[in-house]
Design a protein around this ligand. Structure first.
Ligand SMILES: [Zn+2]
Length: 134
């Protein structure tokens, strides 16, 4: 009787250890992934539709330009050093151009006349809560 009890107890410990290891692994893998890639992804929306996804490279020394068709004409977007900005836009207010460079997760650039939105995700300041869901 004592032997059976002991056996059950050992199994419980074993199951607990496995569960703990699995939980640790699940927590660690996305955590490590976000730690090693400290770059943001810029999502560009026109009329609420995703038209372009750009991974912002922190090592990118040379500026790169993208042209996106907005509601009133072409919008020139520039990336450099893990940052993104609207370089030129056909809008009158130029608010989007004056927003200048953004690089942190959650930051946005909006050009209302162009119906254009640039949103940053998975940036350096990300705590990982959004990225653990795949
Ligand atoms: Zn604008």
């Amino acid at each position: 009787m004592v032997k059976i009890k002991k056996w059950f107890h050992r199994t419980d410990v074993w199951i607990f250890a496995v569960l703990l290891f699995a939980a640790l692994l699940l927590w660690l893998v996305p955590h490590l992934a976000t730690e090693s890639t400290k770059q943001a992804t810029a999502e560009i929306y026109v009329d609420k539709e995703l038209v372009e996804t750009i991974v912002l490279d922190l090592e990118q020394n040379q500026a790169q330009q993208y042209t996106v068709k907005g509601a009133i004409g072409d919008v020139t977007i520039e990336t450099k050093d893990g940052q993104i900005r609207i370089k030129e836009a056909p809008c009158n207010d130029q608010i989007c151009v004056h927003t200048s460079w953004i690089k942190n997760q959650g930051q946005v650039i909006v050009c209302i006349p162009s119906h254009l939105l640039i949103q940053l995700k998975n940036g350096a300041d990300d705590d990982g809560t959004d990225t653990t869901v795949y």
